[in-house]
Design a protein around this ligand. Structure first.
Ligand code: ADP
Ligand code: GN1
Ligand code: MG
Length: 367
């Protein structure tokens, strides 16, 4: 086992002796390892060790404090929600929730949730329905978190006007000389700039409430029981903070309704799967009993907004030199941006059907 990882693990109160630490998962931000330990009698335990990306999360201690409060709240409620499994932090030997090394890196450890599956891409509407129920349940369970307000671990995270302004700035600065190559994508965004402030305006007018939301409801952040196909846990809690429920719904649509992978280079293979949208909408409305009419009215819009906004973020990162999202080949952020914009375009063509689906599902769920 890597001696640096062994040294990090030595800080945590694990059971047994570390045997192995393998890179794990396909997240774009943190470094995740699946750790196995063994006790003298041969009993093995598994953990998830993560290095928090402190270029993305500028105040890692605030991230950890949010997570500790979130998990204490969820764990206290768990008995009322049979079948729901929650993450548990493994504290350090000094009872801290994370470790900061001398070189300024931040690490934390969770118990590994075993016997579950996660998917980067799904085509099964039952899985989409379940994921939507899982994330709605998460919002529901977090609704009565006692004050104080959670920290904003990434300020302006879903602030679309700010995301748009940052793109324009990156295109203007063009530090890598890449703007010309992605001129069509920049134009795609400019043509739609009148839409960037829509949800924010409704929030500022008091029509849409602030809630505690997950803010990263990509399908691979939901874990499923492979036998029952139920969503049993929600992970990746770094961005749990105040937000709009609609962002969670939209991001789940973004990652489930696309028939192609997020980095698919052949944009023509990107289709918007309406059956999946129907399933996510039904699952979400079935469980999110707290929604007000203005939120339901904007579900279809938010499903469009998230691929549009995440596409802007991939495009901005490309212009800035691929400094935010992990990439595995040179133009991956361009491929990612194009899949997002193609999905948004396909959703524009299906706007009326999407609205009709939302209305039918809302009626059926008794909203
Ligand atoms: P990132 O912020 O880089 O996306 P995540 O916290 O989402 O990191 O972890 C990456 C992936 O590892 C997740 O999408 C999930 O599939 C898996 N994973 C993370 N934590 C656990 C856990 N405690 N038990 C099981 N699987 C996990
Ligand atoms: C990142 O961490 P991960 O891979 O679950 C990103 C999300 C993006 C997503 C795009 C903190 O999610 O906001 O929507 O990539 N997380 C952060 O795939 O920026
Ligand atoms: Mg993740």
């Amino acid at each position: 086992m890597d001696s640096k990882i062994a040294e990090i693990l030595d800080n945590f109160a694990v059971k047994g002796t570390p045997l192995d630490a393998k890179p794990f998962g396909s997240g774009h931000i943190n470094d995740t390892y699946l750790v196995t330990t063994e006790e003298p009698d041969g009993t093995r335990h598994q953990y998830t060790l993560q290095r928090i990306n402190h270029a993305v999360f500028r105040k890692p201690q605030q991230v950890m404090d949010n997570i500790e409060r979130t998990l204490a709240h969820l764990n206290a409620k768990a008995p009322q929600f049979p079948g729901v499994r929650t993450l548990s932090l493994v504290l350090t030997r000094e009872k801290r929730n994370c470790v900061r090394t001398f070189s300024g890196k931040w690490w934390r450890l969770y118990d590994y949730i075993d016997g579950v599956e996660s998917y980067d891409n799904v085509r099964d509407p039952d899985v989409a329905f379940e994921a939507a129920r899982g994330f709605a349940q998460f919002q529901n369970m977090m609704a009565d978190l006692p004050l104080p307000r959670l920290h904003e671990t990434i300020p302006y995270f879903h602030h679309t006007p700010m995301r748009y302004a940052t793109l324009e700035e990156a295109a203007y600065q063009d530090i890598r000389g890449r703007a010309e190559e992605v001129a069509d994508e920049i134009e795609f965004v400019r043509k739609r700039r009148h839409l960037v402030a829509h949800l924010l305006n409704r929030y500022l007018r008091g029509q849409i409430p602030e809630r505690i939301t997950h803010n990263d409801t990509k399908i691979n952040n939901a874990l499923f029981d492979p036998n029952t196909k139920r969503c049993v846990a929600v992970v990746d809690l770094d961005t749990v903070m105040p937000g709009l429920a609609l962002y969670d719904f939209g991001d789940l649509c973004r990652s489930t309704c696309n028939t192609a992978d997020e980095s698919e280079p052949d944009t023509d293979s990107v289709q918007f799967d309406l059956r999946m949208f129907e399933a996510v909408t039904a699952g979400y409305l079935d469980t999110a009993r707290f929604l007000v009419p203005a939120e339901i009215q904007e579900l279809a819009f938010s499903a469009w907004l998230l691929p549009f906004m995440v596409g802007i973020r991939f495009l901005t990162d490309y212009l800035q030199g691929d400094v935010y999202f992990k990439t595995h080949y040179p133009k991956q952020n361009v491929d990612r941006c194009r899949t997002q914009f193609r999905l948004a375009l396909r959703m524009e063509e299906a706007r009326e059907e999407m609205q009709a689906i939302v209305q039918r599902a809302a009626k059926k769920a008794g909203h």
